[in-house]
Ligand binder design. Structure first.
Ligand code: NDP
Length: 253
């Protein structure tokens, strides 16, 4: 129960990677706020988990993030652990990327992480203990064809984490990024559908195409990403700051 008495907030905690992290933080004793736009989904999860609380919040909307996180802090205490996980992955060849598509991805993934971490930090003091983590991607450390806005947003999240680790150097708050390869979640299922359509192949073939960069030739599972995230939240990782951890089955050499 390492995190007993701590309040953790996980954006996009209603599904996939975020849900797995929220469950594991709750199992480690934290009171966990999960956020997203699907209120009924969040409420259903909260009904099943004593220490998990729902918060409807759109990370692309400044007022929603600032008011939502302030409310969560007033209900459950300062946000000592913040996982900026919410994101979208829309793709397509660069030539066809409309400015509005570019902005939608950047606004959700990068503005969302900025607003979330800033609002969470506002609930802490300079001498507080804290763990601020962004769920970036291998697309944050290498180029990913057919997903330029996503790649830029995920590189940006790593810049945000590195900058913050410098700005708060000497405090007990660490800032790190987790960079998964392809993980079997809704985001990947919809990407497989899009790739299959674009390349005129089956969804199975599209999934294999995504898994093939991974040495094990399989999609990763969300619990693998959660395990690394929980380690970054632990006391053992107190000296790990401003880093990116790639969990991609060797996809990034
Ligand atoms: P999911 O689609 O299951 O999770 C995405 C979550 O983000 C959803 O819970 C969704 O909740 C939330 N979200 C999206 N847009 C918004 C918004 N505007 N406001 C609030 N919440 C939002 O997929 P994953 O679990 O795979 O994705 C989680 C993170 O992991 C993402 O940042 C993704 O880029 C990253 N990632 C995923 C990889 C993969 O292969 N799966 C690989 C590398 C990184 P709701 O719809 O209720 O708003």
């Amino acid at each position: 129960m390492e995190h007993q008495g701590r309040h953790a907030l996980v954006t996009g905690g209603g599904s996939g990677i975020g849900y797995e992290i929220a469950k594991d933080l709750a199992a480690a004793g934290a009171t966990v706020t999960i956020t997203g736009r699907r209120t009924s989904l969040l409420k259903k999860i909260a009904e099943r988990h004593e220490r998990i609380h729902p918060l409807t919040m759109d990370v692309s909307d400044e007022g929603s993030v600032r008011d939502g996180i302030a409310q969560a802090a007033s209900d459950h205490g300062p946000v000592a652990i913040c996982i900026a996980n919410a994101g979208i992955a829309e793709g397509g060849p660069f030539a066809g990327v409309a400015l509005e598509d570019w902005r939608r991805v950047l606004t959700t993934n990068l503005d969302g992480a900025f607003l979330t971490l800033q609002a969470a930090m506002a609930t802490l003091d300079r001498d507080s203990w804290g763990r601020m983590i962004a769920i970036s991607s291998i697309a944050g450390v290498r180029g990913l064809k057919g997903a330029i806005p996503y790649t830029v947003s995920k590189h940006g999240m790593i810049g945000l984490i590195r900058g913050l680790s410098e700005e708060y150097m000497g405090s007990q708050i660490t800032f790190n990024a987790v960079c998964p390869g392809y993980v079997e979640t809704d985001i990947v299922t919809s990407q497989a559908t899009a790739i299959a359509k674009r390349q005129n192949i089956s969804e199975d073939e599209a999934t294999q195409y995504m898994a093939k960069g991974n040495r094990h030739r399989v999609l990763l599972q969300a619990d693998e990403i959660s395990a690394a995230t929980l380690w970054l939240c632990s006391e053992a990782a107190r000296s790990v700051n401003g880093q990116t951890i790639q969990i991609a089955g060797g996809q990034v050499a």
